[in-house]
Structures are given as structure tokens and as C-alpha cells.
Design a protein around this ligand. Structure first.
Ligand code: FAD
Ligand code: AMP
Length: 478
């Protein structure tokens, strides 16, 4: 007999699994279909983020940072750490254990919330029927009042550098190196390229990042991007802007990469090459030809602001739809859709999705950049505060970077918070909370911040917006 559900979710990444749990919590009979198998051939939940994305990359970023600190930065604290060595397979093993714990945790949450897991490939048919094909090829059809498509994304391949997961790898392969490559190339100076390049640079690789654009981090505030480029270059990352990769040749476990820059044709040889040129939506065999679901011109599933597709009762969320390819964006869309299915009037604030780059220093922002606001003709006041003037940052010997708060010149409402520096991701979240409640720079300035904390840099930057900072000279006097 055909199984019937109130909600069937295709894909158990941070979009899909969160949507499924929320729907079940709201009393809806819910199933979630997932096909991803781990190395042991078992279905692993959590999608790109838990298996080959956010979590494993942060595990390696943290391990490599500890190594780098122990090797190069303990002496200043009066700690002698001679002969610090690393065990790359052990680092990779630790990362694998964290992934296993978390993906197993999602399976536990499905059980606890009564979400039915259907193992296999899901395909939306006409009339909100969903076909599930198991790894043994057997199919079953389930019926749903509502379907949520959450099939995510995968790395973009470029013909000049075909991935073989040996010498030329994508982000997944770059999380599995068993030793440190001597010379590592990275194509793409986006978030993923910079994070993975940082991991292996900290462990000793000589890293060159080839970026086709002339501008570094075009989505970030220009002041932040400038500081980031300066800092990464000082750390030893060679970032070549205006360098478009045009070809590659793998021979004897090395790859020769051809690229063009302002001077013409160039060549460089690497032991490993990471291709990190972006991600594309996964829609292969997801929709029957008569499903009625429309795609946009770039291959994303077309949705409105509430994630409804062109078919009533069918929704799509996360990386497979327009907008930032971020786990927290996917999850919040999942919550919104589950609530809307349950009859609530949920909305999501797309203007306040924080962006983070987990390099060191971290880079994070929420809201608009100074350039965007000026381009829109909005008059702004800007306050900055350097971590070099923060007692807590000095205590930690981590004084690079600054906090920048941008406020409307007329209303003082905070329109952007941008941070490069220690714990930037956590600091920016404070800005996001304030901005969600319509905070003014003055409001932030009037709040009591614990001393000594890195958060005080946000407090001081907010005060600086109106020329009231205490621990730096104010550029603007009031
Ligand atoms: P996914 O996580 O891609 O999940 C989709 C799931 O659907 C997959 O498990 C897939 O197997 C399954 N699926 C697809 N088609 C079918 C089908 N037909 N039937 C059954 N199952 C199917 N984001 C952040 O916010 N912070 C970070 O720090 C961060 N770091 C990242 C680091 C790396 C190296 C990478 C690659 C990505 C990172 N991201 C990060 C991005 C983040 O992983 C994605 O934005 C997020 O995973 C998107 O969630 P999703 O649920 O839309 O899709
Ligand atoms: P993101 O989309 O943020 O992950 O960043 C990917 C980056 O890769 C972008 O900044 C692109 O400009 C860059 N890129 C894409 N193709 C090439 C190429 N052939 N050579 C160098 N950089 C590239």
C-alpha cells in the first residue's frame, strides 16, 4: 500500500533535515529521503555541511591552527614548544569522528521526533507523488500533501582543470589529503578556496591561489577585503588576482597549470591543485518531466520569497534555490517552510543573513557594505575600532583586524557590521541580533559590555560612529 505523508522532504542536509524535524514537531507526518552513503556504505544524514563542508573544514581549520600556534606563537607567551610535529592521518581521523558523531546525531533526532527516513534517491513525480529508488534499484512511491526539495549543491567543474580526486581535487578531496603537499595550488579565492588554502598553508604547504577576478573578496566591505589581502599575504598565502586558469596537465603526480594574467600566458607547477570555483545546484533526476516545477535560467529551482515553487504544495530550500549558499540560510528556509505548511505566517529576513570566512583572522559581516550603501545614495556614519587597542586581544596575542559599524546618518540605525579579527563570526552575530531589533549605533553604545572581552571592540566601534569612542581617538567629533 502506498505510504502517505503530510510532508516529504528530499535531501537531509541542513535545509532538509531541519525542515523535517520542524515539520514533525509541528505535528505533521513527515518523511525525509536521503541517498548519501559514507565510506562504509551507510546512509549518512547532514548533507554537504556535515559530511564534506562546514564541519569537516572547521575541524581541520581548528587542528591546523593549533599546530601553527604551537609551532610559531607559543614562544611569545614564554612557552617553549620545541620539536612540534604533526600527524596528518590523525587529524583527518579526528575530523572523520566528528562527522560521524554529528551525522549519527541527526539520525537520532529523526527517531526522537518521529521523522521517517526513506533511504534512496527521491524524484518528484506529477501530483505530489515521490518515487524513492534504493541502492538496490528497488523503487517505491510515496504520496505527500507537501513536498520540500532540499537537494543542495555540488562543486562546479571547469574544463581547464578536471578533478581526478588525486592530484586535482575539489573541496571534498582537499579534506582528505593524507600528507601535506609541498606546493599547493587553489583555483578560486572564494570562501572555500581561502579556508582550505589556509588549512594546508598552516601545516606547511606553499600555497598559491589563482583568482580570475581583479578584485579580492568582492562581496565584502572594501576596507575589510583590503585588510584581509594584506594579512593573508603576510601569512604567506600567495594570492594572484586577475589570474584565469586556462588549462592543466597532470604528469608524474604533479600538475602544470596554465593561466593568463595581465602579462600574458603563465605556467606554474603544483603537487596538488584544489578547484574551488563555486558550487552548482543539484537537480539531476530530481524532477519528472511532468512535475510542473520550474527552474530559473541558472539551473536553480525557481521559488518565491517564501520558497514556494511553481507547483502548489511543493517548496524548495537551501543551496538548490537562489541566494547565499550557506547552511544557516538553508536551515532557516526549512523552518519557514515547515511553519507555513503547518498554517503559520512565517517569513524570513533575507537582509540579515551573516556571512563568515573562517580564516585567521576570521572575516564576518551582516547587513550592507559601505560601498553598497553609498551606491544606493544612503548617507552613513562609520565607526571602526582596531583589535590592536583591545586589552583582551592583546592578552591573547591576537590583535590583527578591526570592527566596523555603519549607521544611517539621519536615523543612526545600524545598517552593517563588518569584522576582521579574532572571533569575528561570534561578534557579528551580536550585530545581527541588534539589527534584527532595529538597533541604533547609540543603543549599542549605551549597552554594558563585559570587560575585558573582544565584544568591547563592537561596543567601541558603535560608539565611534558618533564620535564617542573612549579607547581610540575619534575621527568624528560631536
Ligand atoms: P546539502 O547540504 O548539499 O544537502 C543536500 C542533500 O540532499 C545531500 O545529502 C544529498 O545527498 C541529498 N540529495 C540530493 N539529491 C537527492 C535526491 N534526489 N534524493 C535523495 N537525496 C538527495 N556553509 C556555512 O554556512 N558555513 C560554513 O562554514 C560552510 N563551510 C563549507 C565548507 C565547504 C568545504 C563546503 C563545500 C560548503 C560549506 N558551506 C558552509 C556550505 C554549506 O555546506 C551548504 O550551504 C549547505 O550544506 C546547504 O544545505 P542544503 O541542505 O541546501 O544542501
Ligand atoms: P566562490 O563562488 O565564492 O566559491 O568563488 C569562486 C571563485 O573562483 C570566484 O571568485 C571566481 O572568480 C573564481 N574562478 C572561477 N573560474 C576561475 C578560473 N578559471 N581561474 C581562476 N579563478 C576562477
Amino acid at each position: 500500500m502506498t505510504q502517505k505523508f503530510d510532508v516529504v522532504v528530499i535531501g537531509a542536509g541542513p535545509g532538509g533535515y531541519v525542515a523535517a524535524i520542524k515539520a514533525a514537531q509541528l505535528g505533521l507526518k513527515t518523511a525525509c529521503i536521503e541517498k548519501y552513503q559514507d565510506k562504509e556504505g551507510k546512509i549518512a544524514l547532514g548533507g554537504t555541511c556535515l559530511n564534506v563542508g562546514c564541519i569537516p573544514s572547521k575541524a581541520l581549520l581548528d587542528s591546523s591552527w593549533k599546530y601553527y600556534e604551537a609551532k610559531d606563537h607559543f614562544a611569545i607567551h614564554g612557552i617553549e614548544a620545541k620539536g612540534v610535529t604533526m600527524d596528518v592521518p590523525a587529524m583527518i581521523g579526528r575530523k572523520a569522528n566528528i562527522v560521524k558523531n554529528l551525522t549519527g546525531g541527526v539520525a537520532g533526532l529523526f527517531k526522537a521526533n518521529g521523522v521517517t527516513l526513506l533511504e534512496g534517491h527521491g524524484k518528484l513525480l506529477a501530483g505530489k507523488q515521490v518515487e524513492v529508488t534504493g541502492s538496490d534499484g528497488k523503487t517505491q512511491i510515496v504520496e505527500a500533501e507537501n513536498v520540500i526539495l532540499a537537494s543542495g549543491s555540488k562543486p562546479i567543474d571547469i574544463p581547464p582543470a578536471p578533478v581526478d580526486q588525486d592530484v586535482i581535487v575539489d573541496s571534498t578531496g582537499a579534506l582528505e589529503f593524507q600528507s601535506v603537499p609541498k606546493k599547493l595550488g587553489v583555483i578560486g579565492a572564494g570562501v572555500i578556496g581561502l579556508e582550505l588554502g589556509s588549512v594546508w598553508a598552516r601545516l606547511g604547504a606553499e600555497v598559491t591561489v589563482l583568482e580570475a577576478l581583479d578584485k579580492f573578496l568582492p562581496a565584502a566591505d572594501e576596507q575589510i577585503a583590503k585588510e584581509a589581502l594584506k594579512t593573508f599575504t603576510k601569512q604567506g598565502l600567495k594570492i594572484l588576482l586577475g589570474a584565469r586558469v586556462t588549462g592543466s596537465d597532470v604528469k608524474k603526480k604533479q600538475v602544470t597549470v596554465n593561466y593568463t594574467d595581465a602579462e600574458g600566458e603563465q605556467k606554474v607547477v603544483f603537487d596538488k591543485l584544489i578547484v574551488a570555483v563555486g558550487r552548482r545546484p543539484v537537480t539531476t533526476d530530481l524532477l519528472a518531466s511532468d512535475s510542473g516545477v520550474d527552474m530559473d535560467e541558472r539551473g536553480f529551482i525557481f521559488v518565491d520569497d517564501q520558497c514556494a515553487t511553481s507547483v502548489p504544495g511543493v517548496y524548495a530550500i537551501g543551496d538548490v534555490v537562489r541566494g547565499a549558499m550557506l547552511a544557516h540560510k538553508a536551515s532557516e528556509e526549512g523552518i519557514m517552510v515547515a511553519e507555513r505548511i503547518a498554517g503559520h505566517k512565517a517569513q524570513m529576513n533575507y537582509d540579515l543573513i551573516p556571512s563568515v570566512i573562517y580564516t585567521h583572522p576570521e572575516i564576518a559581516w551582516v547587513g550592507k557594505t559601505e560601498q553598497q550603501l553609498k551606491g544606493e545614495g544612503v548617507a552613513v556614519n562609520v565607526g571602526t575600532f582596531p583589535f590592536a587597542a583591545s586589552g583582551r586581544a592583546m592578552a591573547a596575542n591576537d590583535t590583527g583586524g578591526f570592527v566596523k559599524v555603519i549607521a544611517d546618518a539621519t536615523t543612526d540605525r545600524v545598517l552593517g557590521v563588518h569584522v576582521i579579527g579574532p572571533s569575528a563570526a561570534e561578534l557579528v552575530q551580536q550585530g545581527a541580533i541588534g539589527m534584527e531589533f532595529g538597533t541604533s549605533a547609540e543603543d549599542l553604545g549605551m549597552m554594558v559590555f563585559s570587560h575585558p572581552t573582544l565584544s568591547e571592540a563592537l561596543h567601541e566601534a558603535a560608539l565611534a560612529v558618533n564620535g564617542h569612542a573612549i579607547h581610540i581617538a575619534n575621527r568624528k567629533k560631536r
